[in-house]
Design a protein around this ligand. Structure first.
Ligand code: ZN
Ligand code: ZN
Ligand code: ZN
Length: 149
């Protein structure tokens, strides 16, 4: 992407919005946004730092993480946690979904919006609890591993 070209919605005003929050709009920050847009929905903080450094070796991790914090306040990214608790970032627009992780084989799957909603509805009906399904990874055992005993 060339530096002056407009970013696609909903990112087209992000430079102004970051500035309103006191962050300078630098080439490094623009690269953070470009890498996020190219990330296909999911990226960890460490992956983001690494890809940004690939383009701007002077990028420092605190710049990337500070930018992510403000982007989350703006609703453009949202963090969740992998099975090991590590932060993973969901890049908007992405459908609300959950993750399930098998502790035996180590696989992780997404559960789509409808099934995530039915898990949330069951907890709401039983306990009045509003679970934030996109924030956590449910850990357990997958069908294949359970079948193997
Ligand atoms: Zn996800
Ligand atoms: Zn969290
Ligand atoms: Zn498994």
């Amino acid at each position: 992407m060339d530096t002056n070209r407009a970013l696609p919605a909903p990112w087209d005003t992000v430079g102004d919005r970051l500035r309103e929050r006191g962050l300078r709009w630098t080439p490094q920050r623009r690269t953070v946004i470009e890498v996020l847009i190219e990330a296909d929905g999911h990226i960890t903080g460490a992956e983001l730092v690494e890809r940004c450094r690939g383009r701007h070796p002077t990028t420092i991790p605190s710049t990337v993480y500070r930018t992510l914090d403000v982007l989350e306040e703006l609703g453009l990214v949202r963090h969740g946690h992998g099975a090991d608790g590590r932060e993973e970032f969901h890049v908007r627009p992405i459908d609300e979904h959950g993750h399930i992780h098998c502790a035996s084989c180590g696989m992780t799957w997404e559960i789509g919006r409808r099934r995530a909603a039915s898990v949330a509805a069951a907890l709401r009906a039983g306990d009045g609890f509003e679970v934030d399904i996109g924030h956590v990874t449910l850990v357990g055992r997958c069908r294949d591993c359970a079948a193997r005993g």
